[in-house]
Structure formats: structure tokens, C-alpha cells
Ligand binder design. Structure first.
Ligand code: GUN
Length: 288
């Protein structure tokens, strides 16, 4: 079998086009565009690239992009004061504090200070709890994008065996909650799981989100499974050149899977599209 390669780039672009149309309707109805403000503390080059990409995508969708870049020695109190100001600003519908934060700042305290109605990352405990309880919530963008790709490939996933590899708050746990919300039978594997190969072998849906290059071997995969690779790992090839690889060994996995996302060009483009969708959702909820 040769897997269908899921084109996350095309799907992400389509979602961004839908969001842009929704933004135009919002502007017509409310006389202002939705606003997303991103806060970056420090100089991490990868984070700076993501923040630039998020700003460009926000403007391209017709929304107002705000950006605060703070020095890496910014105090927690100063960051909390900025978050409070953004919470109070009626032109700001979405607030995203780029992670990771410098070690002297308590990330949980900062995330909990964001108004849950503006929490477009879906990381505030209120949104985490609402997702877990099956209530309407702002949902983390990456797992929301993964679920879209999965349901477009498979249709109804009720009763399907789903394996989430990784238990992060950003991807693994919300992914499991979303799959459960669709009535899949969900297993979460993690670094202490004893027989990962056996779990992968039983899964009709595999979402790998651990950041270990090539962890999931093709021969483990159940033939026909839908494999979603969230890993974005920078490795140096035999030729000395850096390249991005996922958590799944793509070349072997594609010979057994039914559907598979490539890295890059799979899940990544869905994340920014999901962020824009969340910002529009937050703006609509705040305007109603
Ligand atoms: N750093 C890596 N991924 C994310 C994300 O989804 N949101 C934020 N705020 N920071 C991140």
C-alpha cells in the first residue's frame, strides 16, 4: 500500500481563505477588524520566525496584527502588566504569548492571566477545562488542525482506535480530548509507555507529538492507518545539511499507512490557520 499524502499546505490555505471571508463579514457587521496581538519575550530565533509568520498571516486574513517584543530579562510583573493591558484593550480580540518563556517567568501564571475570552491558544485553565468537559471552548490550534485533517481523511471516527503519542499541554492532551469528543477510543502513549510498537500496531489513527526524530517505525503501523506527524525536528543529514523531519519515519510509514502527513507541509500550516480561526471566533463571541 502507498499512503495518500495529506496536503496540509493546501488545506491550511483553504482554511485561511475561509477565515478571510469571515473577517470581511465581521468588518461589514462591526466596522472594525478582529485584532490578534502576539507577545514574544527574548530572542529565541525559532520563536521570532513563528511570530513573524503569525503577524504576516494575520494581516493577510484582513485582521489587525499587534506585536510586542520584550527583552529576555523582562520581569514577570512587567509581562503580567502587559497582559492586563491587552485584556482591557477592546481592539484586541486574541492574545498569544509565545512559548517557551524565559526560565525566570512562571509560564502557568502568565497563561492564567490571559482573559479566557481572548485566549486564542486555548491554554488558559478555563479553556482546558471546557474542552475536557465537552463544552464550547477556544481549542489549541495544532490539535484542532490535526482533527480537521483526520476527519477529512476518515469521515466519522466514532469507535476508531486512536493513539496519541505525547502528553504535552499544547498538543497531546488536547488532541486526546478532541478525539474523545468525536467518540474515538483514545490511548495516550508517553515516555513511560512500555510497548509503543504494540500500541501503534493497534491504532487506526496515530498522532505523534513527542519531538523524537523517526521514533515511529513504518513496520509498527497498522496497514491503512491515518498517521498525523506533529514532530518538527531539525536534524543534520549524512550530507551535513540541516533538514526538518517528523516523529514518524516517513519513508517506511508511507508504505503501510492509508494517509500520512509529511514534514514539512503537513500539520505545520494548519496551526497558523487554526490561530486565525480562533481569533475570528473570539472576535465574534466578544462582539455578540
Ligand atoms: N510555542 C510552540 N508552539 C506554540 C503555540 O502553539 N503557542 C504558543 N503560544 N507558543 C508556542
Amino acid at each position: 500500500m502507498s499512503a495518500i499524502i495529506i496536503d496540509g499546505k493546501a488545506r491550511g490555505l483553504a482554511l485561511r481563505t475561509d477565515v478571510a471571508a469571515g473577517v470581511a463579514d465581521f468588518v461589514a457587521a462591526h466596522g472594525r477588524a478582529p485584532g490578534l496581538t502576539v507577545v514574544l519575550v527574548g530572542q529565541d530565533p525559532a520563536s521570532a520566525v513563528y511570530v513573524r509568520m503569525k503577524g504576516a498571516a494575520t494581516r493577510e486574513a484582513g485582521m489587525v496584527s499587534g506585536e510586542h517584543v520584550l527583552p529576555s530579562d523582562t520581569s514577570e510583573a512587567a509581562l503580567l502588566a502587559l497582559v492586563a493591558a491587552l485584556n482591557a484593550d477592546p481592539a484586541v480580540d486574541g492574545i498569544l504569548v509565545q512559548l517557551p518563556l524565559p526560565r525566570h517567568i512562571d509560564t502557568d501564571r502568565v497563561l492564567a492571566a490571559i482573559d479566557p475570552a481572548k485566549d486564542v491558544d486555548g491554554f488558559h485553565p478555563v479553556n482546558v477545562g471546557r474542552l475536557s468537559a465537552g463544552l464550547d471552548a477556544l481549542v489549541p490550534c495544532t490539535p484542532a488542525g490535526c482533527l480537521l485533517l483526520i476527519t477529512e481523511a476518515l469521515g466519522d471516527i466514532a469507535g476508531k482506535e486512536a493513539l496519541v503519542i505525547g502528553r504535552s499541554n499544547i498538543v497531546g492532551k488536547p488532541m486526546a480530548a478532541l478525539l474523545l469528543g468525536q467518540s474515538a477510543t483514545v490511548t495516550i502513549a508517553h515516555s513511560r509507555t512500555r510497548d509503543l510498537a504494540a500500541h501503534v500496531g493497534g491504532a487506526e489513527i496515530v498522532v505523534a507529538a513527542v519531538g523524537v526524530p523517526g521514533l515511529v517505525k513504518g513496520e509498527w503501523i497498522r496497514p491503512g492507518a491515518c498517521v498525523i506527524d506533529v514532530g518538527t525536528n531539525r536534524v543534520t543529514g549524512a550530507d551535513g545539511k540541516a533538514r526538518l523531519v517528523g516523529d514518524v519515519d516517513f519513508d517506511s510509514a508511507r508504505t503501510r499507512a492509508g494517509w500520512i502527513t509529511p514534514v514539512p507541509g503537513g500539520v505545520g500550516p494548519m496551526t497558523i490557520a487554526g490561530l486565525l480561526a480562533n481569533t475570528l471566533k473570539a472576535a465574534r463571541a466578544r462582539a455578540s
